[in-house]
Design a protein around this ligand. Structure first.
Ligand code: XLS
Ligand code: NI
Ligand code: NI
Length: 440
């Protein structure tokens, strides 16, 4: 059965195309800096938003018109798999991601849930035999069902902890079965509401133990996916333990987990934490921990996770700049953890939204690559720090000095000379590069 009957395969038609079902900038085969755009961008579709999300919000019920909603239970789960692979193929997207509960409904008991999952995973595996779309990552949803009310691996209740462990064990097995390239841990309700009733130390220790057990089990079953932590500062809990990349690095290093994990960085989570998206990418990159990306955007006027499709070219450019500087995303990808607005309820809006996101990142890739080729920011930065390349600066950078020597040097100084940081000039240049994208 097919579900998206109005739309044929989405093709690249170039910047002047007026076809709403064509890429204007994303040309999968086009070579940029020695790799195809498809290889650079490694786009992925988020199953939960695109095939499950119904558009409900705290004030109103769902609005989405989805042709598969005529079904329910396991039939619905199967219809979604069919719809998903049709959509992947028509959009020519190489990856997808899912939570366990996105693909199969939970049963009465954990064993029933496993049964449902096994059936659907088999079906997905079958589709994957002929599809070009692969699994970027899977994960376990440990935040929706009421059992997670006080958290999962940070729950005060050890029974819940065990249940969470079972879900992750199963998730790792599914990941292996479907050849997932990564496995994600987003700390859904791993945080706290009030310290008045919270043993933070025990919760953090338990979380670390949980991750160690997951690492061990993946090794035991020969599942060699990259493990990823997805930071988020708040929502649903008031304080999430994986607040941001810096907090994540401290946690991973404290508990000896840093060699096993990288980060899955979501744009909207970065801004919720009071950072730019590029800040989080940059910080992960300089620690060699940039693993994958949840490509979306927030709204500066709203203080929650709006998960919009990315269309801000300034941001996609600076994000791609970090990704290129990282030497690419490795096993990671650009996963559209993004949902169409409640008012964009037609099934075809799913195409428009993904096309917008893919074109926005394609533009970002081209502009970022040109910036790098012309060493626009590299030269600015090299020049700004050149005092560390010779003389006393070089000694500092080589760990080859001490306070006494630095004091003697300081005493000998006349007036210290500064150079302008030239932010405005740099931003104007960035605009020039963006506006010239059709020339690259
Ligand atoms: C929620 C998160 C979630 C993760 C996967 O805010 O972004 O969707 O990406 O559990
Ligand atoms: Ni996410
Ligand atoms: Ni989000």
């Amino acid at each position: 059965m097919t579900f998206f009957n109005d739309v044929e395969k989405v093709q690249y038609e170039g910047p002047r195309s007026t076809n709403p079902y064509a890429f204007k900038y994303y040309n999968p085969e086009e070579i940029v800096a020695g790799k195809t755009m498809a290889e650079h961008l490694r786009f992925s579709i988020a199953y939960w938003h695109t095939f499950v999300g119904d558009g409900s919000d705290p004030f109103g019920v769902g609005t989405m018109q989805r042709p598969w909603d005529q079904y329910s239970g396991m039939d619905l789960a199967k219809a979604r798999v069919e719809a998903a692979f049709e959509f992947f193929e028509k959009l020519n997207v190489p990856y997808f991601c899912f939570h366990d509960v996105d693909v199969a409904p939970e049963g009465e008991t954990l064993a029933d849930t496993y049964k449902n999952l096994d059936e659907i995973v088999l079906m997905i595996k079958d589709y994957m035999k002929t599809s070009k779309t692969k699994l970027l990552w899977n994960t376990a949803n440990m935040f929706t069902h009421p059992r997670w009310i006080h958290g999962a691996a940070t729950s005060p209740n050890a029974d819940v902890y065990a249940y969470a462990a079972a879900k992750v064990k199963k998730g790792l097995e599914i990941g292996k079965e479907l050849g997932a390239e990564n496995y994600v841990f987003w700390g859904g309700r791993e945080g706290y509401e009030t310290l008045l009733n919270t043993n933070m130390k025990l919760e953090l220790d338990n979380l670390a133990r949980f991750f160690h057990m997951a690492v061990d089990y993946a090794k035991e079953i020969g599942f060699d996916a990259q493990f990823l932590i997805e930071p988020k500062p708040k929502e649903p809990t008031k304080h999430q333990y994986d607040f941001d990349v810096a907090t994540g690095i401290a946690f991973l290093k404290t508990y000896g987990l840093d060699e096993h994990f990288k980060f899955n960085i979501e744009a909207n989570h970065a801004t919720l934490a009071g950072h730019t998206f590029e800040h989080e990418l940059h910080l992960a990159r300089i620690h060699d921990m940039l693993g994958s990306v949840d490509a979306n955007q927030g709204d500066t006027l709203l203080g929650w996770d709006t998960d919009e499709f990315p269309t801000d070219l300034y941001t996609t450019t600076l994000a791609m700049y970090e990704i290129l500087k990282n030497g690419g995303l490795g096993k990671g990808g650009l996963n559209f953890d993004a949902k169409v607005r409640r008012g964009s309820f037609e099934a075809n809006d799913l195409f428009h939204a993904h096309i917008a996101g893919m074109d926005s990142f394609a533009i970002g890739l081209k502009v970022a690559n040109q910036l790098l080729e012309d060493r626009v920011l590299e030269d600015v930065i090299d020049n700004r720090y050149k005092s560390y390349q010779s003389g006393i600066g070089q000694k500092i950078a080589n760990n080859d000095t001490n306070l006494k020597e630095l004091e003697a040097y300081a005493l000998s100084l006349g007036e210290i000379k500064h150079s302008s940081g030239q932010q405005e000039r740099i931003k104007a240049t960035l605009n020039q590069y963006l506006l010239r994208v059709n020339e690259y």
